[in-house]
Design a binder for this molecule. Structure first.
Ligand SMILES: Cc1ncc(COP(=O)(O)O)c(C=O)c1O
Length: 410
């Protein structure tokens, strides 16, 4: 069956964070929302059918995952990521952001150092700081349009700051890196050598562009697997973020006990019933949908690539290897971060995420969500180009006026 990703679906007045609440966010009514990592596509039919069945049943009592749920998740990871998961490793939570805070609290003490690599998904630093841990930043390095981990610096910081825990974004939101086996092996060597436990957030792991391969951190070695927690969810892959359902894998029994104990401390036990049905159905029946979607998104990415190359070359695409996000280097537009945000929001009427959301290292960048119908992406690009041309024209008019005023004065 051929899925239709081309026909835009109206998402306004549905309590959508992405499409509604514009006024609250200081945005105009007619702005095009291409910000938060949430796609504008209907989830696979298998998901919609499973949800309809669960809704028709009409009973929504307390629920938790069983063996058939684990089997669906495990089969997906076996088939798509060549990773064998054990049922006892799994704990379900209502979202990964929630799980990150729980993990930080469970695995470290107040004041302990936790390392991240900005620019990175902003709830990482929040989970650390709001739980009164010490934030250690080891920024990624941008070399010739390609981000890399600075592993030498990372090891030094681990030693100097006595880092206990690291949160790895694999693949990396927002810069789109899909870390290679070699990079992750080198990272694991450092973390194992210095007893740094790794939380590997692999929520974007199913979105990898052609020519790249997702490497689960747990697949690096048995030791790395045991010294890490893998965060997964169907929410990015199948557009199910509102279902608040995620699956964590903690192979070490003692770390698992600590995590589950912390969950009980905050009163979290059962799961959202509909989220469980949606997740199982997505992993069981959503493969074909995802394959078609990635093909479709590749077309959207090609459009953005062409736009940056041929239409507004002052904006450079940092070529993504994974995720459905495009990290745009806007430094050549010559604007401050506030001006950039105002330019995209008020002049181009396109709602993007400012790079600084991901840390000060994101200054001068904007994050563009590719997960919309082609016509919407094309319209957004047209609006950005028109706004940029308008700006250039206005600037040259101002220069001319200033020059002529100058002449009058003589
Ligand atoms: C790296 C990363 N982790 C976690 C999340 C959100 O996870 P959840 O909705 O399960 O809390 C996102 C959403 O964009 C993300 O990019």
């Amino acid at each position: 069956m051929q899925y239709d990703f081309d026909t835009p679906i109206d998402r306004t007045h549905t309590w959508s964070i992405k499409h509604d609440f514009k006024k609250e966010n200081g945005k105009a009514d007619d702005i095009l929302p291409l910000w938060v990592a949430d796609m504008d596509f209907r989830s696979p039919d298998s998901v919609v059918e499973a949800l309809k069945k669960a809704v028709d049943h009409g009973i929504f009592g307390y629920s938790r995952a069983d063996e058939s749920y684990f089997d669906a998740v495990a089969a997906w990871y076996q088939k798509r990521h060549h990773l064998t998961l054990q049922p006892e490793w799994m704990t379900c939570t209502p979202g990964i952001v929630f799980a990150l805070s729980i993990a930080v609290r469970a695995f470290t003490q107040e004041g302990d150092a936790v390392l991240i690599q900005p620019p990175v998904y902003h709830p990482f630093s929040r989970a650390i700081l709001r739980n009164k841990r010490t934030l250690v930043e080891n920024p990624l390095v941008l070399k010739d349009g390609h981000y890399e981990m600075d592993l030498e610096e990372l090891e030094q910081k681990v030693l100097d700051e006595h880092v206990k825990l690291m949160i790895l974004c694999n693949p990396h939101n927002p810069v789109g890196r899909v870390w290679t086996r070699e990079e992750l092996t080198a990272l694991a060597d450092i973390c194992l050598r210095h007893h740094v436990y790794v939380i590997s957030d692999e929520i974007h792991g199913d979105f990898v562009w052609q020519g790249h391969e997702q490497t689960p951190y747990a697949s690096i070695s048995e030791e790395a697997c045991l010294h890490s927690m893998m965060c997964t969810a169907p929410s990015k892959t199948f557009n199910l973020a509102g279902m608040a359902t995620s699956n964590l894998f903690i192979p070490d029994p003692e770390m698992r006990r600590k995590f589950r104990s912390e969950l009980l401390d905050v009163g979290q036990e059962n799961m959202n019933r509909l989220g469980l049905f949606a997740c199982r159905a997505a992993y069981e029946g959503g493969g074909e949908w995802l394959d078609q979607l990635i093909g479709y998104l590749a077309g959207n990415l090609a459009l953005v690539r062409d736009f940056c190359k041929n239409r507004v070359p002052q904006i450079q695409l940092v070529e993504p290897e994974g995720t459905y996000l495009a990290w745009l280097d806007c430094r050549e537009l010559g604007m401050t971060d506030d001006e950039l945000m105002a330019f995209f929001s008020n002049e181009a009427k396109v709602w993007l995420d400012p790079g600084t959301h991901s840390g000060e290292q994101g200054s001068g960048f904007m994050r563009f969500n590719l997960g919309s119908s082609r016509s919407v992406i094309a319209q957004a690009l047209d609006q950005i180009e028109a706004a940029w041309k308008e700006r250039i024209m206005n600037n040259s008019r101002t220069v001319k006026i200033k020059r002529s005023e100058g002449l009058h004065g003589i």
